[in-house]
Design a protein around this ligand. Structure first.
Ligand code: NAD
Length: 498
């Protein structure tokens, strides 16, 4: 079954001609009245107008957040937990609608938004609703007359800037812990996917007190920069490219505010010789794990973008992988059978095709794909690319630079030591995969790979209770897990002599 393209007359998946910012609980136009075109990558056409916000809009949002914070910051964990539970219920009740809108805005397959992204969003709000109830401050007695109290206080007003690859999930990763900890928020969505989050805000506007959540749309160099440099925010949390992360960190240093950075990756996946010991379910699972390089059109920070295959199994293993990749159905992402939809923007499509050219020029061998995927009819102007596998070596740019598309770079290795050396030969350290039937090797590889998340014999699970974040140039701080609360709180110590 294929869902209808959302449009302004569609009863269930209605999109608007023109959107507004959400500030202080009100829907408002940008102060200078400027809007920008929002295109759907599925059809490559402009579908709505979105505020092109600037400094004045961000100023208004930060002011509204401070006003709201006066009372929100004093609410009890139990009250905030209830708000988060209501948000989760609301998203769950509107899951299909949000999934279809996100697919149309981002280009990703609806089977993913419906079955993975949105259920995870719901779970993130529920998870932080739970853990905040369990958090307690500490009291310790220093001597007979002296006691130290520790209180977890919210930071205040936090700025959050997110990318386009998982619009509602990236928002949930940031909003859920920040709200649970008692902060007010100014969120800037990515300019490529600005509206799904506004539909979400519309759904929850009666649940969250006015001004606690403010959404200001616009470009990175304008609204993003205005938020990241704002003198009245108490923290900035950012997910996006490493190059942008560097600018965000420089800006944060001016105001001495904490910063969380979730940045790029170039995730190695090591396949040990023993994966082919038997032709059983385990081997099929390992192949499915690798094929996830094309999940979300390869626009995932932890996509298995580099595969290191033991030289003795390379031919037989890759024959199976290529056969499986050639079965991937690329097409209308609103069709439930589609596995790969559209790249998120024309710019992104051009970036990926430039890397297809770079790989070819570097002398890498194309094992499958390698071209733009031409589509017909309504999809003719959309942004589609064939899933592509290159064979080469780790010195090539296609092995070192983040392509953020459905492009896998594979190389062989001869022993465990060489596999680890290649895996760690990167400036990134976000995700990695290890596929082996040996528990011993799995543990050694898992500990030795320099990445914040190493999946072993599985890939791309993102449970709310597992900490996620980068080593090296992939970032600072963690998201998910209850440890995340600490990133949105400060500790007050009260040392009293009675
Ligand atoms: P990007 O850095 O171009 O943009 C991300 C956000 O930052 C957008 O909202 C953008 O408007 C804003 N921005 C851009 N320049 C800015 C500036 N100077 N000041 C303030 N804000 C600015 O990244 P993208 O292309 O949207 O996203 C893809 C990147 O995100 C990839 O590198 C990917 O690996 C990374 N990513 C990382 C994670 C993670 O958890 N580590 C998750 C998803 C995506």
């Amino acid at each position: 079954m294929a869902f209808e393209f959302p449009n302004k007359d569609n009863a269930q998946y209605r999109i608007k001609d023109k959107y507004q910012n959400f500030i202080g609980g009100e829907w408002v136009d940008p102060v200078d009245g400027e809007f920008f075109d929002n295109k759907s990558p599925v059809i490559g056409q402009v579908v709505s107008q979105v505020p092109r916000s600037k400094q004045a809009d961000v100023d208004n949002a930060v002011k509204a957040a401070h006003k709201a914070q006066e009372s929100w910051g004093k609410t009890s964990p139990a009250e905030r937990s209830m708000v988060l539970l209501k948000i989760a219920d609301k998203v769950e009740a509107h899951l299909e609608e949000l999934a279809v809108l996100e697919t149309f805005e981002n280009g990703k397959a609806v089977r993913e938004t419906m079955n993975a992204d949105l259920p995870l969003v719901v779970d993130h709000y529920r998870y932080f609703a739970g853990v905040i109830r369990a958090q307690e401050g500490g009291i310790s007695q220093l001597d007979e007359d002296t006691v130290a109290y520790h209180f977890h206080e919210p930071l205040g007003v936090v700025g959050q800037i997110i990318p386009w690859n998982f619009p509602l999930l990236m928002a949930a990763w940031k909003l859920a812990p920040a709200l649970a900890a008692g902060n007010s928020i100014v969120l800037k969505p990515a300019e490529q996917t600005p509206t799904t989050i506004l539909h979400f805000a519309e759904l929850i506007q009666d649940i969250v007190p006015p001004g606690v959540l403010n959404i200001v749309n616009g470009f990175g160099a304008e609204a993003g920069q205005a938020l990241a440099t704002h003198q009245d925010i108490n923290k900035i949390a950012f997910t996006g490219e490493t190059t942008t992360g560097r600018i965000i960190m420089q800006n944060a240093s001016q105001n001495i505010i904490p910063v969380t950075l979730e940045l790029g990756g170039k995730s190695p996946n090591i396949f040990a010789k023993d994966v082919m010991d038997e032709d059983d379910g385990y081997l099929d699972k390992a192949i499915e794990g690798l094929v996830m390089f094309a999940l979300n059109q390869g626009e995932v920070c932890t996509c298995p973008s580099r595969a290191l295959i033991h030289e003795d199994i390379y031919d037989a293993f890759m024959e199976r992988v290529i056969k499986r990749v050639e079965e991937i159905k690329v097409g209308n992402p609103l069709d439930e059978h589609t596995m790969m939809g559209a790249q998120t923007s024309q710019e992104q499509k051009e970036k990926i095709t430039s890397y297809l050219d770079i790989g070819k020029k570097e002398g890498a061998e194309i094992l499958t794909g390698g071209n733009v995927k031409e589509m017909d009819g309504d999809l003719g102007e959309g942004y589609y690319i064939e899933p592509t596998i290159f064979k080469g070596n780790n010195k090539m740019r296609i092995f070192q630079e983040e392509i953020f598309g459905p492009v896998l770079a594979v190389a062989t290795y001869k022993d465990d030591e060489e596999a680890l050396e290649i895996a760690n030969d990167t400036m990134y350290g976000l995700g990695a995969g290890v596929w082996t039937r040996s528990q011993n090797r799995a543990y050694r590889f898992g500990r030795a790979i320099q990445a914040g998340r190493v999946w072993v014999n599985t890939y791309h699970d993102y449970p709310a209770h597992a900490a996620f974040g980068g080593y090296k140039m992939s970032g600072i701080g963690r998201e998910n897990h209850l440890m995340m609360l600490a990133h949105y709180q400060q500790t007050k110590n009260l040392l009293i002599s009675y």
